[in-house]
Write a protein that binds this ligand. Structure first.
Ligand SMILES: NC(=O)c1ccc[n+]([C@@H]2O[C@H](COP(=O)([O-])OP(=O)(O)OC[C@H]3O[C@@H](n4cnc5c(N)ncnc54)[C@H](OP(=O)(O)O)[C@@H]3O)[C@@H](O)[C@H]2O)c1
Length: 316
């Protein structure tokens, strides 16, 4: 496993980390039971993963993660969690907003720990950003002072903001507030490389790359649909890519699948501290870990992806 520094936190984090949300939700949607979850996390720990991402809004994921991590030395890994269930983090939603401190305590209990490494505002957007900073950030600072929280971060909306407007705003206006940010960067969504990543490097903000392959690169039918749509909209030429298996040219000695190429691309930017995989399968996890043993694509493949999709912002 390779390790990178998580921005100004100075923490060494595994290049491949684990996220218990996404389409698989820690196996809740793929039929993994408790024993399977424990085996999955154990295998990840054995292979050197030391950052685990979760959220109060991901079903039972905090509780399941706390359970599966039992027995591992708490100082050997970082837990990142979030406040503000997806879709409910709205200005005016007082019940939700006032719930931050209580939610934090619940997270500690569910995760069976007495501190959180990274607490993130979940899915902040331009409407909620001001409230997060003015009203809720001080609560997290208070928790930090009590020794219950180490670092503060924000995650941004996957579908509503594929061009990361709020992340750009956050890093332009308040770079000192954010130890980490989480957003999507992949070969079908390279937008973060334009402005967010240079700002993150400039200000020492750690970047957790979420959803590098997600749906568009893991479901062949979805890949075909995306490419067909782009051809129709003139974003790429009719002969730029084949209609079937449009990304199969990426498969070769360096990447044994399109998914492998997707994770490699997601890791191959100096701003990215870690790529979070949301897999619920040990076999998939092992394949993804192998992919990031050498986190780069052949130069000509990388350049072709940038030429084709440098302006792309495919949300899923
Ligand atoms: N706004 C936010 O805060 C936000 C939004 C999105 C995600 N996140 C975080 O980022 C994490 C990662 O996002 P994600 O789960 O969308 O990421 P992802 O790793 O890009 O996608 C996960 C999907 O890819 C599949 N997959 C992964 N490796 C595979 C392989 N080798 N072969 C076949 N299929 C494979 C998984 O299915 P299998 O389970 O079958 O492998 C799952 O359906 C989430 O879990 C969450 O912690 C945060």
């Amino acid at each position: 496993m390779l390790y990178r520094t998580l921005g100004r936190t100075g923490q060494k984090v595994s290049l491949l980390s684990y996220g218990s949300g996404g389409p698989s939700q820690f196996g809740a949607r793929t039929g993994v039971d408790r024993a399977g979850r424990r085996r999955l996390i154990r295998r990840m720990l054995d292979l050197g993963v030391n950052l685990f991402d979760t959220a109060e809004g991901y079903g039972n994921s905090e509780e399941w993660l706390g359970d599966a991590l039992q027995g591992a030395d708490r100082d050997s890994y970082l837990i990142a969690t979030k406040w503000g269930p997806p879709g409910t983090f709205r200005v005016g939603d007082e019940d939700n907003f006032t719930g931050l401190a209580e939610s934090f305590e619940r997270s500690l209990r569910r995760l069976k720990t007495d501190y959180i490494d990274v607490m993130q505002f979940h899915g902040v957007n331009m409407t909620t950003y001001g409230a997060a900073v003015d009203r809720y950030y001080p609560i997290l600072k208070g928790l930090q002072e009590q020794g219950k929280l180490r670092f503060i971060g924000a995650t941004f909306q996957l579908k509503a903001e594929p061009r990361h407007e709020t992340a750009v705003h956050a890093l332009r206006s308040d770079p000192d507030l954010w130890d980490t940010i989480m957003l999507k960067y992949g070969f079908l969504n390279q937008w973060a490389a334009k402005e967010v990543f240079p700002l993150a490097i400039e200000h020492g903000v750690g970047v957790l790359n979420m959803a590098a392959v997600r749906i568009s690169l893991t479901r062949p039918q979805r890949s075909r649909e995306v490419v067909a749509r782009w051809k129709e909209e003139g974003l790429i030429g009719p002969d730029d890519l084949p209609d079937d298996g449009p990304f199969d040219w990426l498969i070769g000695d360096d990447a044994d699948s399109v998914i492998s190429a997707g994770y490699k691309f997601g890791a191959d930017h100096p701003a990215v501290s870690t790529v979070i995989t949301g897999t619920s399968s040990i076999e998939h996890f092992e394949a993804n870990a192998r992919s990031l043993e050498k986190p780069s694509l052949p130069r000509e493949h990388h350049e072709r992806l940038v030429r084709l999709f440098g302006d792309s912002a495919e949300p899923d």
